[in-house]
Write a new protein. Structure first.
Length: 143
């Protein structure tokens, strides 16, 4: 029995740095994304205390499963946020680089829905922004 405990203790001691580093990386990503520990724990099917221990680098039962579920959740969360942002910014405003600055407004699918060519770049841009605002969609500028 003593030999098993020593072996277990040695295993924990040998892996603590790796576990701490991995847990800290997950915690940093989670907090940077504005997610609570309870939200992630519930979403991946584990307890908040298990997730806390995992993030602190303590030994956790099924740690590889927790790590994989955590990774998948964060990747899916990133995709959901991108999808929401795309929906919010329904329009793209594309402005010509010349002085007249003709502006084309497109849907995200690059379908042209409006064009402004008054000869004044600033006015064209203002008209495009007003068009987007008046049609219930946010906008972004095409690069």
């Amino acid at each position: 029995m003593t030999n098993q405990l020593t072996t277990r203790e040695q295993y924990i001691q040998e892996n603590t740095k790796v576990w701490s580093k991995r847990g800290a990386a997950f915690k940093e990503r989670r907090t940077r994304m504005g997610l609570s520990r309870s939200r992630v724990a519930e979403s991946i099917g584990t307890s908040e205390s298990t997730l806390r221990r995992f993030e602190l680098g303590y030994p956790v039962t099924r740690s590889e499963l927790v790590a994989r579920a955590y990774e998948i959740f964060l990747e899916l969360w990133i995709q959901v946020v991108k999808d929401i942002e795309l929906e919010r910014d329904r329009f793209l405003i594309d402005q010509d680089a010349d002085e007249a600055g003709k502006v084309t407004v497109m849907m995200r699918e690059y379908k042209k829905v409006a064009e402004f060519d008054t000869g004044d770049a600033v006015l064209n841009n203002e008209l495009a922004v007003a068009f987007c605002d008046g049609n219930g969609g946010g906008y972004d500028y095409a690069i």
